[in-house]
Unconditional design. Structure first.
Length: 203
């Protein structure tokens, strides 16, 4: 098996970044490949292949290059892994409590929504896209066009959101759902973003 294939994934990922980081450091210093070649004694073609990832980096190459670029090997090889945890936040909109489970910058937004029991009629809306949700606890009453269905805990639902739709808790217990939709869906679904809270909010 080739040596590179035996490397841990993180090691391969770090090595893939060496070339682009070298090129970025060279460009910041306004150095051409020829100028860096003259400073290091390494041919311009070898430096070009190193930056393009076509030449495996080694200390014989990296030490003179990093000295010429005035960067350290740590700067070149350090891999900063971002913290994958999402710091959730919670907001209330009338009888709806929303826990945000994805970063604000995410193209797809994920929420845990808790609908408190309400005697108000379900208000429906329609918009482009699709919605998916999963009932974590309780029973959800779903109005979809001229249909009304019950989604139990452990069941999921997916539908075209161009059809007028709405969700509410069934019976006297709250219903918790995990809901996923895009940013435009977020603006439509969460009343505090574009319109005042209502007593019943669609899912």
């Amino acid at each position: 098996m080739p040596e590179q294939q035996r490397m841990p994934d993180l090691t391969r990922a770090v090595l893939r970044e060496v070339g682009p980081r070298l090129r970025s450091a060279r460009m910041k210093r306004d150095l051409t490949l020829e100028a860096l070649s003259e400073a290091t004694g390494i041919s311009a073609s070898t430096l070009s292949r190193l930056e393009a990832g076509k030449r495996a980096p080694n200390l014989e190459l990296l030490l003179p290059v990093t000295r010429a670029l005035r960067i350290s090997l740590d700067d070149l090889l350090m891999w900063s892994t971002p913290d994958p945890r999402v710091h959730s936040r919670t907001r209330r909109f009338g009888n709806l409590t929303v826990e945000y489970l994805s970063p604000e910058s995410a193209p797809v937004q994920t929420f845990k929504m808790t609908f408190a029991p309400s005697t108000e009629p379900i208000q429906t809306r329609s918009h482009d896209g699709y919605e998916w949700f999963y009932v974590l606890r309780g029973r959800a009453r779903v109005v979809l066009g001229d249909r009304e269905v019950i989604v139990e805990a452990g069941q999921a639902a997916e539908f075209d959101t161009r059809i007028p739709h709405g969700v509410a808790a069934l019976g006297g217990e709250p219903v918790e759902v995990l809901s996923i939709f895009n940013r435009s869906g977020e603006r439509i679904h969460l009343p505090g973003i574009v319109h005042p809270p209502t007593s019943s909010v669609e899912g």
